[in-house]
Design a protein around this ligand. Sequence first.
Ligand SMILES: C[S@@+](CC[C@H](N)C(=O)[O-])C[C@H]1O[C@@H](n2cnc3c(N)ncnc32)[C@H](O)[C@@H]1O
Length: 213
Amino acid sequence: MELPSSQLGTKEYWDAQYEHELANFESHGDIGEIWFEDSVDRLLEWILDTDLITTQSSIIDIGCGNGAFLLNLAAEGFTSLHGIDYSQKAVELAQAIAAQKEMNISYKKVDLVNCNEESLAIEYDVCHDKGTYDAVSLCPDDPSSKRAAYMKAIHRMTRKNGLFIITSCNWTQEELSEQFSDYFIVEHIIPMPTFMFGGKVGSRVSSVVFKKK
Ligand SMILES: C[S@@+](CC[C@H](N)C(=O)[O-])C[C@H]1O[C@@H](n2cnc3c(N)ncnc32)[C@H](O)[C@@H]1O
């Protein structure tokens, strides 16, 4: 099954979005949209509580946008934080916000579904995704092969027995578990509140913690 395509699955959409958000940040300090904001506290709570992750764990946020999730982790004392996004303006925005807040977070422009070996050379203890697999899945051009490339790349970037934490509003926890089953096993399901997206009330955000096989 594929999702109906949407402009949220195009790079043009995100480039325009972050160009606008960067201009806003520069003019009045607004850091911009935080996707699925209601899920953030529960995600952080799980990350802080689990003994599978420490403040020294290397964590990469895939499709980091403005980097808000990493800022939360930096504020909690995490020291090895990295973000990638395929939109150059997102990377510039995230860098500008981190610099203003004097947070030490590295950011890089990488298109995860279309990148070279070098971009996947480093393995991380934790790969985190909030809304990016959703965007990849909404791509108007061959979403199935884009999703396959995404999964392969995530698998490469996660160290053996490392974690992949994904939050999605388009796929259920069962669908995520099934789609990633070649590479990962489910470690934990993070319970999430109901959410509103695209005018629909009652759809749920799913957050799944996977462990690399
Ligand atoms: C729904 S937003 C989520 C942003 C951020 N993770 C958050 O939770 O606020 C999706 C993000 O994925 C990024 N993205 C989409 N496809 C990507 C790809 N192939 N490689 C890297 N980033 C991608 C977009 O630029 C955008 O920042």
